[in-house]
Design a protein around this ligand. Structure first.
Ligand SMILES: [Zn+2]
Length: 241
């Protein structure tokens, strides 16, 4: 029996995940942007109405970022490779939304970290983050924590998580993310983002595409902000006897 020849992978198949040796930062970012474009998460082909009411020629849809498992795994490996010199024993996803990416990062880290996620929401005092009770024992004194986020827009959630980890006695060794829109913020920690890019947004009155009469795409303008989990009060550890 003659051995079958290995089939040639289809163009645009799994091999689209970059495995080339050390391109420069600009080339690297272009590759990452192209990967996100392929998932449908990054769009530059329309006139978008944003949830904020602004208009933009570009759009990044967080929900679509991790819809292609082989791409997500490749991106997780790139983040893990960057942080390998700072071994983490916990990977902390900023929420359930970033958990698939966080899983891929944790799986690829040589230090074999535990993976947990935080929940975020609002209380009377404003934005808050917390760990589900089941996870609190993993973030403790001397824990080295790598925070993983999909999209950093203001950095506020990350700041709250850094504070939360510090209060538990641990330390955040870095922040890995897919896309950092707020390019000028300083979180006081090493941030590695696959894409660092803040695209222009316009008030409708000054929007160049409106001026040219381009039809508005309202597909992504949600009437309501994304649903965040309500923050439950911590459960008592023991039942009263
Ligand atoms: Zn417009």
């Amino acid at each position: 029996m003659t051995p079958r020849a290995r089939p040639t992978p289809p163009a645009g198949g799994h091999d689209a995940v970059p495995r080339i040796s050390e391109p420069g930062p600009d080339a690297r970012e272009k590759i990452h942007l192209e990967i996100l474009r392929r998932t449908g998460a990054y769009r530059t082909d329309d006139h978008f109405l944003l949830p904020s009411g602004h208009h933009a020629p570009e759009f990044i849809d967080k929900a679509l970022v991790t819809t292609e498992p082989s791409f997500t795994e490749g991106l997780g490996e790139i983040i893990a490779k960057h942080f390998a010199p700072w071994p983490a024993d916990v990977v902390l996803s900023t929420g359930p939304g970033a958990l698939i990416l966080a899983h891929c990062v944790a799986r690829a880290l040589p230090s074999r970290p535990i993976l947990v996620y935080a929940t975020k929401g609002f209380t009377g005092q404003g934005r808050r983050v917390r760990l589900p009770d089941e996870f609190t024992r993993f973030v403790r004194k001397s824990s080295k924590v790598l925070v993983v986020e999909d999209l950093i827009t203001t950095g506020e959630t990350i700041r709250l998580l850094i504070k939360m980890v510090g209060e538990a006695g641990g330390v955040v060794v870095g922040i890995g993310c897919l896309w950092q829109r707020a390019t000028k913020i300083d979180l006081g920690k090493e941030v590695f983002s696959l894409v660092k890019r803040d695209f222009p947004t316009y008030e409708p009155a000054t929007c160049p595409q409106c001026a040219r009469g381009v039809a508005l795409n309202v597909e992504f303008a949600r009437a309501e902000p994304p649903v965040e989990e309500p923050l439950e009060a911590p459960r008592p550890r023991r039942r009263p006897s």
